[in-house]
Ligand binder design. Sequence first.
Ligand code: MG
Ligand code: ZN
Length: 366
Amino acid sequence: MRFRSFSFLIGLSFLVLTACSFRNIHSTEAPGKEPTNIILFIGDGMGIAHINAAMTISSTPLALEKFPFSGFSKTFSYDNYVTDSGAGGTAIASGVKTNNGMIGMGPDSVAVESIMDLAHRKGLATGLVSTSSLTHATPASFVAHNIDRSNYEEIAKDFLKGTIDVFIGGGEDQFRNRNDSVDLTVKLTKQGYDVVYTIDALMKSTNNKLAGLLAKDHMEQELTGRRGMLELMTSKAIETLSRNEKGFVLMVEGSQIDWGGHASDIRYVASEMLDFDRAVGVAKKFAESNGETLIVVTADHETGGLTLTEGSEEQHWVSVIFSTTDHTGVMVPVFSYGPGAERFSGIHDNTFYFPEFLDLLGIRKK
Ligand code: MG
Ligand code: ZN
């Protein structure tokens, strides 16, 4: 278990050398069938064209291109062929189709347990990383239970349950500038969390329970100020969670791929997509050296009805058409790497991840 303390802040040459030596050590061992850790990446609104555009624009291959297994996920919700991120996130987190706009509960308004609830109960470390506010639909689906995704301040309160050890994203205002004047960060501190507000303070923290509230509401766009932070947030979450010998479950969201799609803005889409892929690369490096980590990368839905109409692989450009400013019902891609990865190839429903994750982690639902 010596690799669990693997640091991401070491020089590239050392990283390459150690990666090679890890591989040599592991080459004599049979590959494990079941993962100790699961890292789930959700590219909000990330369809195939979004990935394809990023692949064309990038002068180097994406981390996603090196994943050995791929498949597709159907995304429809309980009450709509086209899902929102609340129902989409709930299906992925808890294996239950619900109505659009709902968080962590079935269409009958009865709360359902998420993979994080169950992993936490089994003693695994849990984490959420997001470039939106942490109370926004996607991360909220893994921690909260609410009939309406826009009840942000109620959703923030659900972080006090302690089911998430490390959460890093935006949303400071929903935690300590609230209509009820309650400062949730005081309670979090009492519960043993190190609550930090800057990326520097986050990277310096050595606490096992970590709340990184890095923006008042949503974090900035990659292009206009967030630059490179998602990689650091992801590496810090992995470094912290991997101290737990029993393993961990981490969800990392590229929240703003969706917002680029809503804005019909390919520069926004592509920059968020490339940033998301770099975070995937950070996790992949960890998983390669660790050998016990499953990575699954998928989306909750496609946004924008994006089509690539022209482009150049040599000159790295694309021309695009967005057919809508909303979400679409088209299937989204799934990429997987590590122990159990083969289970995620083929076409599955978005309720498929939850039972597979439980099975792979040896968790029984009560
Ligand atoms: Mg989202
Ligand atoms: Zn959206």
